[in-house]
Design a protein around this ligand. Structure first.
Ligand SMILES: NC(=O)c1ccc[n+]([C@@H]2O[C@H](COP(=O)([O-])OP(=O)(O)OC[C@H]3O[C@@H](n4cnc5c(N)ncnc54)[C@H](O)[C@@H]3O)[C@@H](O)[C@H]2O)c1
Length: 342
């Protein structure tokens, strides 16, 4: 019989409550404690999950001998401090993305988890999304051809955050997706962003990432756009693949129609673009909830001593890119090297 992992959730806002739901549905987990600074949030938790104890004190989570593991779903700025305390108390941790808001803080958490031999996992949900896994599989097939470029659009009207800008909030998902699809970290980035709502943090941002082998990628993130879009496009020489996370019927579409540069005898020295007509295929993508897959993976890692797919180092790679993006923003979009990429 699989071991049941006793879990506490710290931070029971919009996302933390989703963790309460999925973990309550998984047979290998028992959520025993929910912690939040807000009494209102804890009241909501008690109404929905009457069997779960609640507390405003993190110390109660840290000293509880029942708690094996903690899910940290507090705002990004507190991830380092809360996670460090949980690891120091001997708890395995699943911390929401981004792991921290600085490279140095991420490195200390990784070191702490290594020394204590505890699982440290980051909530990069899209690595557990069956649509993204399908794209990775398709990109590895010969039919895909040579990878040209990728782009992602993650826009909506709100929710506006005040602790981080839209790139740290939304763009981190796409950096994690690109790194995962390409099995690498970009060598350099250029980014521009604007605080259009007149607050300190930027509300819209555009990022260009340069990966090895001349592969470029682009991210458009905004919480002030008219339309909700959650799209990743991967363009290869033989196939173009579109991931639309809002399309429940055709989450992934493959376009076999494409352009190729061919040399024509009558236009010596020049290239002409020829359009190839082809099918548009909508492959079967097994339906599953990414957050539930992610939570189940965490339980498996804790119970069986496995290393998570989105471990601390994977989270650190995203933060290294985000910190290069910050440096490029400070230099009005100048290309900036990603620390440790060479
Ligand atoms: N992976 C995803 O797809 C995804 C989606 C949404 C949010 N998130 C992440 O989840 C985290 C939370 O986001 P949210 O939208 O739920 O925010 P939220 O503001 O709705 O909730 C945060 C909660 O944490 C509580 N809190 C703050 N500091 C605390 C502390 N020190 N101890 C205990 N409780 C504390 C707040 O009172 C609040 O209830 C963020 O890191 C965000 O990036 C991830």
């Amino acid at each position: 019989m699989a071991r049941v992992v006793n879990i506490a959730i710290v931070g029971c806002g919009y996302w933390g409550v989703n963790y309460l739901r999925v973990l309550s549905e998984l047979p290998d987990a028992k959520v025993c404690l929910a912690c939040d600074l807000s009494e209102d949030r804890l009241r909501t938790v008690r109404e929905r999950f009457p069997l779960i104890s609640t507390t405003k004190q993190l110390s109660e989570v840290l000293t509880s001998r029942w708690v094996d593991a903690v899910v940290v779903a507090t705002p990004a700025g507190s991830h380092h401090e809360v996670t460090a305390q949980c690891l120091a108390a001997g708890k395995h941790v699943l911390v929401e993305k981004p792991i921290t808001t600085s490279v140095a803080d991420a490195l200390t958490l990784i070191q702490q988890a290594q020394q204590t031999q505890l699982v440290l996992m980051v909530g990069h949900t899209f690595l557990y999304n069956s649509g993204i896994l399908k794209i990775k599989q398709l990109m590895g097939e010969a039919d895909f051809g040579q990878l040209y470029y990728l782009h992602a659009t993650r826009t909506n009207m709100g929710p506006v955050r005040s602790d981080v800008n839209c790139l740290w909030d939304l763009g981190t998902h796409d950096v994690a997706i690109f790194n995962f699809l390409l099995d690498s970290v970009p060598t350099s980035v250029s980014a521009v962003a604007s605080p259009v709502l007149g607050k300190e943090k930027q509300d819209v941002g555009f990022v260009t990432l340069r990966y090895a082998h001349n592969v470029i990628a682009n991210i458009h993130a905004s919480w002030v756009d008219p339309n909700k879009v959650r799209e990743v496009v991967v363009v290869g020489s033989r196939r173009r693949i579109v991931f639309d996370d809002l399309n429940n019927v055709e989450r992934v579409r493959i376009y076999e129609k494409g352009l190729s540069a061919t040399m024509e005898a009558d236009t010596f020295g020049e290239f002409r673009l020829i359009v190839h007509d082809g099918d548009i295929i909508s492959p079967h993508v097994p339906p599953s909830e990414p957050l539930k897959n992610l939570a189940a993976h965490f339980l498996d890692c804790v119970a069986n001593g496995k290393r998570p797919l989105s471990d601390g180092r994977n989270g650190l790679d995203v933060v290294r890119v985000m910190s290069a993006i910050d440096r490029s923003l400070a230099r009005q979009g100048a290309p900036v090297e990603v620390e440790g990429s060479s």
